[in-house]
Design a protein around this ligand. Structure first.
Ligand code: PA5
Length: 460
């Protein structure tokens, strides 16, 4: 193996740089007839103004606002010292079980994957995300840690999610059996609603350390609350940097004018591509492995927020494009055939990285050079960049509208920007569809049925 060369200190180089957002290929001028035309965009202007005014109005009162999720970069500042103090205690343990699901897990998991890849630190605790009801995973965790060295963070906004409650109850009982009630209590942390629900009740009854989730912030918009910040701080993520990044993005998205507000422009384009051009699938394709789970976070945010009936368009398809996560270059060897020869019903969002923290040069001894003459002396970052550019070109030539986000680096500031950008785009897009991007009415049906089934079946 060749020695890794540090091509740039991405952390230092680009701490304050903004994402580069390239929307040109979402327009007719960049991608042909399948893109958005000037006339379509102009016709949308009054609706864009209305959406912007609504977003501003509904964000006006900080954490009390309906869109409190867009104010977390300022609203969470006062809680940071408490979060950091709790995180310091959690850092004393070797393993940390983070129990939560959906919005109570994916954001922290995404940021953790993105940032620990750049700076793995063996001194940090190991985070274990327990989401699903899955006894294989729970068994594996218990086999690989000791009760003395396990901290448990249980996260649920509602405090009543079955998957979360089940795993927390099992882990609590295991800790108590091994350590006794008092010691077990000291190894538990709860993040939940400030005043209601089972978890809040439990925290108060037993004196378990607990942090609040602002009541107006829904699960999938909550990564920048204690839901994401506590586990991330526990493994040394720069949570102040995350909030600073969110703040930097918020600052570039204040204008009412589409061309000065990237979140508004993206929402307009995604909306028009669905409504006018029948694009029903939205594919996020990072060419950066550590952003795989960020793609999953995006999928939840987009699907649960926008996949809704539109009362305002009777007879038309419901709102929402189906979010899909692909990975460059891996899915060039899996999905690309379909992208290039099947239906033109897709939008692509590519993510590329400008500065990699680590790099390798391809060692190509002379006898091997004739097989790969194009690789001689190349760096890995040059090769993945060439693959990205080539794929984007063929996607564009096929006629698929696509956008590119270029990240100046992989750091907390950039992740904060990405999170704020996507949350804002999602809220704007929901407003354009005329639906509520914050609720998830249909999800409750299945939950209720599962409870009925469990209630009806006698215990085995
Ligand atoms: O976005 C949402 O609201 C959901 O994905 C929730 O985060 C998920 O259902 C978990 O809910 P809770 O945090 O109440 O346990």
């Amino acid at each position: 193996m060749t020695t890794p060369n540090k091509i740039s200190s991405a952390q230092n180089l680009s701490a304050q740089k903004l994402l580069h957002i390239d929307t040109r290929r979402l327009y007719e001028t960049g991608t042909g007839a399948q893109g958005v035309g000037a006339a379509e965009m102009n016709a949308l202007l009054p609706e864009l103004q209305r959406a912007h005014q609504t977003l501003v109005k509904k964000s006006e009162t900080g954490l009390e606002a309906e869109y409190a999720c867009l104010n977390l970069h300022t609203g969470m500042q006062s809680l940071l010292p408490t979060i950091q103090a709790m995180a310091e205690n959690i850092r004393r343990y070797r393993d940390v079980a983070v129990i939560g699901i959906g919005g109570s897990s994916l954001g922290a998991k995404a940021v953790h994957q993105a940032l620990s890849a750049a700076n793995p630190d063996a001194a940090n605790p190991r985070l274990h995300f327990l989401e699903n009801i899955d006894s294989y995973r729970l068994h594996a965790l218990l086999q690989n840690c000791t009760a003395e060295n396990l901290a448990v963070i249980c996260i649920s906004k509602s405090g009543g999610t079955m998957e979360t409650a089940v795993q927390y109850l099992i882990l609590r009982a295991w800790l108590e059996k091994n350590l006794g009630k008092e010691k077990a209590r000291q190894q538990q942390w709860i993040v939940t609603d400030p005043s209601q629900g089972w978890l809040r009740d439990l925290a108060q009854r037993e004196g378990i350390a607990a942090l609040p989730v602002p009541p107006k912030v829904g699960g999938r918009y909550s990564v920048l609350t204690a839901v994401g910040l506590l586990p991330l701080a526990a493994v040394g993520v720069d949570i102040q940097g995350l909030l600073a990044g969110a703040s930097a993005n918020a600052a570039r998205c204040v204008a009412a004018e589409r061309s000065q507000n990237p979140a508004l422009e993206l929402a307009a384009l995604f909306y028009l591509l669905d409504i006018q051009k029948d694009k029903r699938i939205s594919i996020m394709m990072p060419y950066v492995d550590p952003l795989a789970i960020f793609g999953d976070w995006y999928c939840q945010l987009w699907a649960e927020s926008l996949g809704k009936r539109m009362q305002s368009r009777p007879g038309k398809p419901p709102a929402g494009t189906l979010p899909v996560r692909a990975m460059g270059a891996v899915d060039q060897h899996s999905q690309l055939q379909m992208y290039l020869e099947s239906r033109l019903d897709k939008i692509f969002s590519f993510i590329a990285l400008d500065n990699w923290d680590h790099d390798f040069t391809v060692p190509l001894p002379p006898p091997d050079q004739k097989f790969f003459p194009h690789l001689a002396g190349k760096h890995m970052h040059e090769i993945i960049e060439a693959e990205f550019q080539a794929t984007r070109q063929v996607i564009t030539e096929t006629g698929h509208p696509n956008m590119t986000l270029r990240l100046p680096a992989l750091n907390a500031h950039v992740l904060g920007q990405l999170i704020d950008l996507y949350q804002r785009v999602t809220v704007y897009t929901g407003l354009l569809y005329g639906i509520n991007p914050l609720d998830q009415p249909a999800v409750e049906k299945g939950k209720k049925l599962a409870v009925q089934l469990l209630s009806a079946n006698p215990t085995s």
